[in-house]
Design a protein around this ligand. Structure first.
Ligand code: NAD
Length: 249
């Protein structure tokens, strides 16, 4: 029980990898807040079925008022905020296309959901973590940033921003005892994204890895628990690539 009674907010926790994070931290004794623009009830039920406490908050993380409400509802139910996992993103449903074909509005929306949301959510939890004298913020980047991926430039660029945001915020918040780190997953079979990529591309991802198999959400949970727990207390500003050795930096 490495996260006993810790209060962990997971944005984008309704499905995909975010759902796996919710179940993973619950298994370590955490109380979980499932924050998503989609209905979070399914994940809440799954967490509760494992004997842990959970709260669902329906919210759009790109809207400041929603992120403030997320923090307020979390405090009303659990009284503290120990960990924020900035996992929500426009990803699985995002079409791959050449940069000249990406509508400007889509570029803006990707930046709002994948990047501005980190700024807003961090601002929403900061006063509480500052008062507590400790907190962990874990941002979800992507191996696409380290590789450079064609036909996905808005997504890849937003995830590069996640790495920069992580480093800068870690410098600002370190004096308050708040650690800020990131995880960069490789291509992970997570539901919606499986229709969005060709079989050849899936296989090419596997072939490029040191560990030659498909990645699944559970492959990321150990690293998330580590970054959320006291075991990583002397780490901040780092981005851990968890992609079976597909990229190195
Ligand atoms: N699956 C992969 O191959 C992969 C690889 C690298 C990084 N990632 C990153 O991991 C994270 C999870 O990936 P996934 O595959 O589970 O993605 P996904 O698209 O399946 O799920 C994203 C979740 O975020 C939620 N969401 C979207 N917009 C939101 C908003 N405005 N407000 C609140 N919630 C919102 C969705 O409803 C969904 O539950 C994302 O940050 C993604 O970029 C995924």
């Amino acid at each position: 029980m490495r996260l006993k009674d810790r209060v962990v907010i997971v944005t984008g926790g309704a499905k995909g990898i975010g759902r796996a994070y919710c179940l993973g931290v619950a298994a370590q004794g955490a109380r979980v807040v499932v924050a998503d623009v989609a209905d979070p009830k399914g994940t809440v039920k799954d967490v509760e079925a494992r004997g842990a406490q959970a709260l669902g908050v329906e919210c759009d993380v790109s809207r400041e008022s929603d992120t403030q409400r997320l923090a307020t509802e979390t405090l009303a139910r659990f009284g503290r905020i120990d960990v924020l996992v900035n996992n929500a993103a426009l990803y699985g449903t995002l079409k791959r296309r050449p940069f000249m074909e990406i509508p400007v509005e889509e570029w803006d929306r990707v930046m709002a959901v994948n990047l501005k949301s980190l700024f807003l959510c961090a601002r929403a939890v900061f006063p509480t973590m500052k008062t507590q004298g400790k907190g962990k913020i874990i941002n979800i980047a992507s191996s696409t940033f380290f590789k450079g991926v064609a036909d996905y430039i808005h997504y890849t660029t937003s995830k590069g921003g996640v790495v920069g945001f992580t480093r800068s915020l870690a410098r600002e918040l370190g004096p308050h005892g708040i650690r800020v780190n990131a995880i960069a997953p490789g291509f992970t079979l997570s539901g919606d994204n499986e229709q969005n990529i060709s079989e050849e591309r899936k296989q090419a991802n596997i072939d490029a890895r040191m560990i030659r198999r498909a990645q699944v959400p559970e492959d990321l949970v150990g690293t998330l628990v580590y970054l959320a727990s006291d075991d990583s207390d002397f780490m901040s500003g780092q981005t851990l690539l968890v992609d079976g050795g597909g990229s190195v930096h």
